[in-house]
Design a binder for this molecule. Structure first.
Ligand code: AOF
Ligand code: ZN
Length: 376
């Protein structure tokens, strides 16, 4: 009947506007840390009157941006927002208060903010002011987009994405220490976009020495979107004439080193623009304690971390159970006998068949394939 039809249409509209808010919020991924990348849409009588997303650096917040654009049209309107509006006086006044002051009639919010300073109080404040608040629409999608914020707030570590590029026979190189072209141009572009959407990218010193990588985002017009580059370099072996050090003044370079690394090496690399950060050694195996590494990065505001290699670092993160998402790029060529296994000592099935992991998405990138696994 007519009444059921109306409800159905209203629900479809809610979904459409929330999906738009999610899309807008994603614009901020990789540039709002330590804040989450939130999206907001304000709708009055079926017309979008304001759109906003968390700005680079994390402020202004999304709702304030959207309210600013809507102006007086926000009165009586509906706000769609991908995270609970904040209720605390942080570096900016509470968004909930701005929403109330603007005369918004209804708020559709995707998910509660686990930040203990907010944690339901934003929604409560809106309701106390007589605003109708509906929570949970597209909650799973929002949780996925805010995974970095949630991990950092709840577990004191970043959301960890492991990228692996393997040949058709699951190798990452033909010979140890020899960079091998595995995937093509489309895959490269996709990885550069992923770098832009992360706060930091991390590799081990072996990969830094073998590949002399730059780890920046080199998509046209997106050079400024490069993540902070992090190298696990316990003994500070990174050469001063590496591309990473040479570019350290334009794109931050953090070297995580053991407390016992030589002071002279630290002084030299520090003078070249790298930031040296001491992290505790692992108690059992040689190398840094990965949990301590993640805690340190989280403390410094990193919410989304991309781990790009190599085999040993990938295997240690997997073995420690510290990977939330795996991007498995597979090329068409095989490398053959003697190639380097993707996960130093571990079969790739620890990811592909892991009980806690499931396929989230897959794609074809030119001759290569991409499969994204995530913790379920
Ligand atoms: C919102 N909208 O767009 C974002 C929010 O230090 P502040 O004042 O910027 O507050 C940071 C906290 O606000 C952050 O930890 C998270 O809980 C929330 N982020 N909230 O209402 C936004 N980015
Ligand atoms: Zn806010």
């Amino acid at each position: 009947d007519q009444y059921a039809d109306k409800i159905h249409q209203a629900k479809a509209a809610d979904l459409r506007f929330m999906q738009l808010a999610l899309t807008l919020g994603r614009r901020g991924l990789g540039r709002t840390a330590p804040n989450p990348a939130v999206g907001a849409v304000i709708v009055k009588d079926g017309v979008i009157v304001g759109r906003g997303w968390t700005q680079p650096g994390g402020r202004p917040h999304a709702e304030v941006e959207a309210l600013h654009r809507a102006g007086r049209a926000a009165r009586g309107a509906t706000l769609y927002v991908t995270l609970e509006p904040c209720s605390h006086h942080g570096k900016t006044p509470p968004c909930a208060d701005a929403v109330i002051a603007a005369g918004v009639a209804r708020v559709v919010s995707a998910i509660e903010d686990p930040n203990p300073e907010v944690a339901g109080q934003g929604h409560a404040r809106l309701r106390a002011a007589g605003i109708r608040v509906d929570v949970g629409l597209c909650g799973a999608e929002a949780a996925h987009d805010h995974a970095g914020h949630f991990r950092r707030v709840c577990d004191g570590r970043p959301h960890v994405i492991l990228k692996l590029a393997v040949s058709s026979d699951d190798k990452i190189a033909a010979t140890p220490g020899q960079p091998t072209a595995i995937t093509g141009e489309e895959a490269r572009s996709r990885v550069h976009l992923l770098r832009a959407q992360c706060d930091a990218v991390l590799i081990g010193i072996r990969t830094a020495l073998a590949d002399d990588p730059l780890l920046t985002c080199r998509l046209p017009g997106m050079a400024k979107r490069s993540p902070i580059r992090v190298v696990l370099d316990p003994a500070l072996r990174l050469p001063g004439d590496s591309r990473l050090v040479h570019s350290a003044r334009s794109t931050p370079l953090w070297l995580l080193s053991s407390e016992i690394a030589e002071a002279a090496a630290a002084a030299k690399l520090g003078a070249a623009g790298a930031q040296i950060i001491h992290v505790a050694d692992c108690a059992e195996t040689p190398g840094l304690d990965l949990a301590a590494v993640l805690r340190t990065l989280s403390d410094k505001g990193i919410t989304r971390l991309l781990v790009e290699g190599g085999a040993r670092v990938a295997a240690s993160f997997i073995a420690a159970g510290l990977v939330d998402e795996v991007w498995l790029l597979r090329g068409a060529q095989s490398v053959g006998e003697g190639g380097v296994a993707a996960l130093d000592g571990l079969p790739l099935s620890v990811i592909t068949d892991a009980p806690g992991f499931k396929i989230r998405a897959s794609d074809t990138l030119g001759p290569d394939s991409l499969t994204i696994y995530e913790r379920s």
